[in-house]
Ligand binder design. Structure first.
Ligand code: ADP
Ligand code: MG
Length: 724
């Protein structure tokens, strides 16, 4: 009988040829067709309602109930024309995923007739049974009330016949139970603080927006091979698996020709994304085999985050049609690169000026320095918290390796800026052109002007000319979990900047002198966090410790960074999170960490007992028959003839014994951890004892994979999973 793996391999190979999607014509002809854009709104809403939505978006005006009815009515007409029969509030609970509860537009009319109805009250608010979502104790199950409320700053859209309404999720008392509300609060905080500083240079600036561009990395695996691996199905990653003889050593996958089956998938999900107004721009092979990346053009933060969450859903849906599975896990395969979600972050004024662009005038440069030094100071004061915000079980496997950002936060600015900063701190003449050069290339190829900054892939937080790129975010994460922290700490720092400038002005200094003085103070205070060297090196570990920078050693320790005094102050002062909301979040993070690891520990135990050991024993039976037969035919001579078979038999026996002892030990340490008095202690035991025990089990299983007959091995191997 064929093994599960053999059947899966046969199914996978039958569809290795490319499959292309239906061509839809130029992207511009269908871009955003399923989104209730401002243009569409203008067509479908009465003028008063239209203006109300715009005002609510730009300045947070409240939408009254009667206006909400008019808006809902226009939305319903449009959505039904786009094929919608249902609506849902789409929210982002603390699970990190999205949640939706669909309701039909239909209501019964007279005489058995049905009518389509969508009231303003349903648009503005829904009440899902909230008791099953994590709340970290903010809501008891007997007080299950939770509400979702429309976030009108993010456009509604139609997906699979449902009108989706981006929403926040709050408890009966108004506490944030989701990822979106703290994000919206942080956007307000940074808007106010950044406007204060920007207004020093231009009083016309009325608001400042955060723009982000999210680069999404992912793996693709054939659906049948994926389904033949219980670990991929249940944990999103392989808990055992020997590395392939060839994976990424030759660096031949990065930017290589995209396999035709994958191009078909990419075109298909891009088409769906364009219809939903997601401006995808780049696609390419990533470093690891089977790994890819896509990135949209940056946009306003709320839209960019919501679109990223939507994109992940779309990709999974479209992958089904191609018999593929998308893996967003941060480290699905040991020994090769994991996946991240680089977050490119910048600030832009209401009159369109990028505050992180050095600009050409001296005023522009001074403004740039004010903002840049404020970001540096924020990271010097709270870098540990920012690194902690990316912690999750999945990212624990990825961070700190020689491929992903190190666990210590530092900022890379590039040689030009570093020289500028040094000059400012030493009160010397600043030369913005020092270090700039152009590169001449032979023949007809035009001269290249290199970017303001060179690249440093080993830095977790790098300046890339007109924005910062934060590279530590995990590929599966809801980006809001990190960006709200970044916004919060920068807002705090910008307020401090404005306060100090005010002090200097009060003591009679001119504006330019006052600003430059504070820039100098901030740069000096932020020195420890500036680092241009190799973030992976051993020297940096030592040097960063000497500078007083704290690494984020493990996830459970990281979660507590949220509860430290300075963090609590930043969050509460700005109204982004209350003390109880912080505690609840830490609880949820710990609980999720423990539960996920519990599942992984069970899965590795099951796989070893039900797949690996039976395969090893089956091979031993073949070996023992061979040895026995050899003795029957060759007598004493068999001893030397069967040396290899006997040796392998013994080696497998030893490994099988270690493996089953290892699984028993894993069960014991798990039980012990489960008995811990507090959630914190439990999480800590899981992150040490349980993880250690799992890695010992894995080592035995992976060695057996190398010894057991390939024909008997029941699980698809890395080389099979990673070739498309
Ligand atoms: P990389 O070379 O770093 O892989 P990509 O082209 O893959 O770059 O992605 C860069 C991302 O940064 C894109 O989403 C892009 O739109 C975004 N980006 C560009 N300029 C800005 C900016 N000013 N603010 C925020 N994001 C930006
Ligand atoms: Mg990229």
């Amino acid at each position: 009988m064929a093994t599960f793996r053999e059947r899966a391999l046969a199914a996978a190979s039958s569809r290795s040829s490319g499959r292309f999607c239906v061509e839809e014509g130029p992207i511009s002809t269908y871009f955003g067709q399923n989104v209730f854009t401002v243009e569409t709104m203008r067509k479908y809403l009465p003028a008063k309602a239209f203006i109300c939505v715009l005002e609510a978006r730009s300045s947070g005006h409240k939408i009254e109930r009667d206006i909400a009815d008019e808006i809902a009515s226009g939305m319903k007409t449009w959505a039904i024309e786009r094929g919608a029969t249902h609506f849902t509030h789409l929210f982002q609970p603390l699970t990190g995923a999205t949640a939706e509860k669909h309701e039909a537009f239909v209501v019964p009319g007279m005489n058995g007739i049905a009518l389509e109805q969508f009231k303003g009250s349903a648009l503005v608010q829904q009440e899902p049974d909230a008791s099953s979502f994590p709340s970290g104790g903010l809501r008891n199950t007997f007080e299950a009330r939770g509400y979702t409320a429309w976030d009108c700053t993010s456009p509604v859209f139609v997906l699979d016949g449902t009108l989706c309404i981006p929403s926040v999720f709050i408890s009966y008392n108004g506490d944030a139970l989701d990822m979106k509300l703290p994000s919206l609060r942080s956007i307000n905080a940074i808007d106010k603080a950044a406007t204060r500083v920007a207004a020093l240079f231009d009083p016309e600036v009325s608001s400042v927006k955060v723009n982000i561009g999210l680069e999404q990395e992912y793996f693709l695996v054939d659906e049948d091979l994926y389904n033949a691996r219980p670990d991929l199905q249940l944990c999103g990653r392989t808990v055992i698996g020997h590395t392939s003889a060839k994976d990424q050593q030759l660096e031949d996958h990065y930017f290589g020709a995209i396999p035709s089956r994958v191009v078909g998938f990419m075109k298909d999900f891009e088409t769906e994304a364009y219809k939903l107004g997601i401006p995808l721009q780049t696609r390419h092979n990533e470093v690891a085999p089977g790994q890819f990346e896509c990135a949209p053009i940056f946009s306003e933060i709320t839209q960019a985050i919501d679109q990223n969450m939507l994109l992940m859903i779309l990709m999974q849906k479209v992958a089904e049609k191609h018999h593929l599975k998308v893996i967003f896990h941060e480290k699905p395969f040991q020994g090769i690169n994991g996946s991240g979600k680089h977050c490119n972050w910048s600030l832009c004024t209401s009159n369109g000026i990028n505050l992180l662009s050095p600009g050409k005038t001296s005023e522009g440069k001074l403004r740039f320095l004010a903002f840049y030094s404020s970001v540096l100071k924020a990271l010097a004061d709270h870098g540990h918290l920012l690194m902690a915000s990316v912690c999750s079980l999945g990212n624990t496997w990825r961070l700190g390796g020689n491929e992903a950002p190190p666990a210590i936060l530092s900022v890379f600015s590039g040689s030009t800026l570093t020289k500028v900063f040094e000059a400012i701190m030493k009160m010397e003449q600043v030369d913005w052109e020092a270090g700039k050069k152009s590169i001449s290339i032979v023949g007809s190829i035009p001269e290249i002007i290199p970017d303001n900054t060179d690249r440093n892939r080993t830095s977790p937080f790098a300046f890339t000319g007109n924005r910062f790129e934060f590279r530590a975010l995990g590929s599966s994460a809801n980006p809001a979990g990190t960006t709200f922290v970044l916004n919060a700490i920068v807002a705090d720092s910008l307020n401090a900047f404005a306060d100090r400038v005010a002090e200097h002005l009060n003591s009679g200094e001119e504006k330019e002198t006052a600003v430059l003085s504070v820039v100098r103070e901030f740069l000096t205070e932020a020195c420890p966090v500036m680092f241009e060297g190799n973030g992976y090196s051993k020297e940096w570990q030592e040097e960063s410790a000497a500078r007083g920078l704290r690494p984020v050693n493990n996830a459970t320790e990281a979660f507590h960074a949220f509860q430290e005094g300075p963090s609590v102050e930043v969050f509460t002062k700005s109204g982004i999170l209350s003390r109880s909301e912080i505690e609840a979040r830490v609880d949820v993070m710990e609980e999720t960490f423990v539960k996920k690891l519990q599942i992984e520990a069970r899965v590795i135990g099951d796989i070893c007992l039900n797949h690996v050991i039976p395969a090893a024993i089956a091979y031993q039976n073949i070996l023992i028959n061979n040895i026995k037969g050899c003795h029957d035919v060759f007598g004493d001579e068999a001893q030397s003839l069967c040396k290899s078979a006997t040796g392998t038999f013994r080696e497998i026996s030893a490994l099988v014994n270690s493996l089953s002892n290892g699984v028993a030990h894993l069960v014991e340490v798990r039980k012990k951890a489960n008995r811990a008095d507090s959630l914190s202690l439990k999480a800590s035991l899981y992150s040490t004892d349980v993880l250690e025990s799992m890695s010992k089990v894995r080592e035995c299983a992976d060695r057996l994979e190398m010894l057991v007959d390939d024909a008997l091995w029941p699980l698809p191997k890395y080389r099979e999973l990673l070739s498309l």
